[in-house]
Design a protein around this ligand. Sequence first.
Ligand code: F6P
Length: 511
Amino acid sequence: MHIGFLNPQGNFDSSNSHLTGHPDFGGQLIYVREVALAMAQKGHKVDILTRQIIDPEWPEFADPFDAYPGVDNVRIIRLPAGPKEFLPKELLWSHLVTDWVPNILKFYREEGGLPDAMTAHYADGGLSAVLIEDETGIPFTFTGHSLGAQKLDKLEPTPENLAEIDEQFHFKYRIVAERLSMNRSAVNITSTQQERFEQYSHPVYHGAVDVNNDNCFTVIPPGADSSLFSSETRSEDEEATYQLIEERLARDIAEERRDLPAILAASRLAPKKNILGLVQAYAMSQTLQERANLVILTGGLDDPLREEADNELAEQGVLVPIREVVQENNLWGKISAFGLSDQGQEGLAATYRFMRQRRSVFALTALYEPFGLAPLEAAATGLPVVATQNGGPSESLREGDEEYGVLVDPQDPADIAQGLERLICDGQEWDYFAEAGRERVLTSYTWESTAENYLTLIEEIVSSPTERRPASLLPIHPYFRNPQANNDISLEELSCLYFGSNQEVLATPSV
Ligand code: F6P
């Protein structure tokens, strides 16, 4: 088959530049790349369609075509959308309609053939797929990755502050686009059952999709790249990574403690990742402090416990409160925070291997984690995992009574501390969870099986494109037909979807 991946935000290139360097260059890019490569491995022709960015800050994303080394049936195709320079995903909406989608259609028409199916990623990919399907009949799957409703919930909107929130995030476009995408897709793909039942059932999506209709959903978990995340592999810069870690530990950790195991966190510096809860757990447990150091990987920041970060949200929402706990509990000499600079996923995998040698533990204590690929990557590399019980880890790291990682309540630092102590203080538990976690990932969470599941589904929707779709399709909003005409999506439309005619939605608990 010939399959297109619609992913306008972020970008892709042969050397995976800038991954995690911007919120739009996150896990979704790895997901798309890995599924595309695994499909190609099975002989299919795959196009990753993304936005062309001609910007001195991101020089790698300028050429119209790119490819991954040694792979000839995956094309990275970059097409213009609006101004040449980089734009955050929140500002792409009108350009997708006026430029990106028409450019995709033109490209394929000139080439002489359209793909058999599209997979659409995030609301912006979804909207593009809706418009392409409307014009050509090409069916698409929709993978939301992260839905606007839950992000909006967390910002605690009221009828009074909605305009201000929307000014920054443009939820009115995102939510209308999501409604269209989940309604008009041939099928919606979620990573977990929870994602389907808890996220898609949000009242803003009422009337667009029925979460209880099995036809509309398929759960396909993502995978961990076991060629990278394995205790046996070695990266090209393995020794350089080890040296960097040694240097940072020497900078931050008291000399006599440098060989202790680490409690390792590696996530974006976003408040929802709740690194603060982990630091509080460490601060309240003398046992943990005696037996382990706390090591926090912080993207590109080299010394964030001492130096201010440029990013306001990371600085005020994450680092300032962490520094306070470190200071109040005098954790200096026991805690280290640093970035791996440009070492990317290889550097991360090497760090896990370094930490594994010291019988360390990986911790992800996010308030809510939609899927949680990072703990699976750490587990594949042989680190036992402590993870949030809220979201995907409760399905990936637990099945019935079988435990593959230790689940904790992220809002309760005492529970986090207890979970960590279970692994740090008991060698047998450490051995058990290191092996059980690794086995779990290798048998159930590989990109190959993700791609196989997508392909089975795509074969089905190519032969009967509308079989699984709801009978009543939502109309495409006039703004998404022609954003230049005087027909903008109004704040009232968003307000109506979110708050409804009564204020019941305000009482919906947010995760
Ligand atoms: O890359 C992971 C990801 O979830 C993407 O889907 C998206 O770019 C971003 O992070 C989350 O976006 P948002 O905060 O707007 O939901």
